[in-house]
Design a protein around this ligand. Sequence first.
Ligand code: NAP
Length: 246
Amino acid sequence: MLKGKTAIVTGSARGIGKAIALKLASLGANIVVNDIPSSEDAAKTVEEIKALGVNSVAVLGDVRNIEDVKNMVDTAVSEFGTVDILVNNAGVTRDNLMLRMSEEDWDLVLDINLKGAFNCIKTVVRPMMKQKKGSIINIASVVGEMGNAGQANYSASKAGLIGLTKTTAKEFAKKGIRANAVAPGFISSAMTDKLSDDVKTKYFESIPLGQFGSTEDVADVVAFLASDMSSYVTGQVINVDGGLVM
Ligand code: NAP
């Protein structure tokens, strides 16, 4: 489905980004694994991707830094010839109630989650415009749609990412570039694994499908949006949340 395509996945050394990178690779795409400069997992992720029979390279760099982002996109083009897919997945949380939230934590989360995606989009559209084709997928969150106490910075960054997605879709549609967002709900992770059964049961009651999602659930929807199976879909937000928001 993605044979010969090139995908950049930011923050993909581990977690949801890694699952996305492995999924796109399993469908034939060559993968640029990006993560923060100190990442120890990126090289291992590249090896796991290569074992699937495609090419992969790690380009460590901070999505907040435009020079790092340019290096990432230039490397994708020089190694693989094109960039067909960008997945803006890198993201962080610094939760606190608003009255206690520091300016530093507000800025950090907005800079990585929102400005980082802007940097990557602005840079990657140049090679995509040349080939008159591309798919950009931003990993938002249900809290960008419904808000969440204790996450003013994070929910604002994810709501901003949804606006950025729609603007990208409108500005670049005529250039053959599509942009969509995926909004995960509760996804099983090291963090949710630690919750007690009682707490988990409470969460499950708020989710119509009655369970947390997996990183693969998110990756499957990203793969659909990355491929030509979604060629008439742009400017959309697809929730992967078991029906939590509807
Ligand atoms: P994760 O395990 O913390 O993975 C995020 C990755 O991004 C990490 O490898 C992280 O590096 C990297 N990263 C952080 N800052 C970066 C930067 N400035 N430049 C490049 N890479 C950077 O998180 P996750 O749970 O997989 O989440 C992935 C995405 O899904 C995020 O955008 C998150 O907001 C979104 N999401 C997650 C959930 C969920 O339930 N997990 C729900 C909704 C949305 P280090 O941590 O090693 O520094």
